[in-house]
Design a protein around this ligand. Sequence first.
Ligand code: F6P
Length: 319
Amino acid sequence: MIKKLAILTSGGDAPGMNAAIRVCTRAGLFYGIDMYVVYDGFKGLIEGNIKQINKEFTSDIMNRGGTIIRSARLEEFKDPAVVEKAVRILKDFEIDGLIAIGGDGTYRGLAAMAKLGYPVVGMPGTIDNDVASTDETIGFATALNTICECVDRIKDTSGSHQRCSIIEVMGRHCGDLAIFSSLAEGAEACITFDHPAKEQELFRRLRKMKAQNKSHAIVIVSENLLDIQELAKKIEQQAGFATRTEVLGRLQRGGSPVAHDRILAARLGTEAIELFRRGEHGRVVGIHHNNVVSIDIFEALEMKRDIHSNLMKLVEMLQ
Ligand code: F6P
């Protein structure tokens, strides 16, 4: 029987992580489980930065961005000795299981703990939407809305000056934020790792737009992919469109989570607690075809992400 559970958040913070902490805490307390939080992700775990919490700890946090228990990235967690230490510390606190909210790196940390037989459940929380075992991650919808708000504003000024704007969005090596925002904004081009730039085609289209006296053009590019200043120069030379660049950066990670992310957190967090109650751990929760599902953590880490070629086709068709 599960008596004590701990929650941590790890990797890049995402809007909705607080909602997830609230849900796990309240669902756990509802079933009479003592709930704990670990501050600063896996780093705090090996430092024993763990505290028992009550319901009030999670009051008024559902609408807050970031994570109140903070997050960290810990390279050392790849070292088996560090993982063993983490498990030892949780056992010293007599904590029966750990829920970690994060992305791929977080799942790898949990998998290492599961290998040692420690009960873990992973919840997908990252703006990147790069977790293959779920159709959507907590924070993605909010970040996408933030990007669209920013692009709408850029369009206002871009249109006033008849410019092309290249906008770099986050996603590490995953193009979802770029593809979904391109579709939502009717971008002239979307460039991601899986869908590289078709430069000549882009220049041709922009030349035509310029000839038709179109007021602005939007090009959305995934981060870590290409030098957007260089691309801007090429567009100016080849298409005659005055071009400016914008890097949205960590603006995309902040802000109050949209209702969709809060509801996602509620659905996934309650399932995480139910899994522990059923004695099913070493798993990750997710959404598949709008159903809440859970998958073995090792299988989850082997899964391949959808690269959304179908949506990319729509982006191109609607240009
Ligand atoms: O994983 C979320 C994310 O925002 C990525 O999109 C980005 O590449 C990375 O984190 C940036 O991380 P940091 O804020 O640690 O530099």
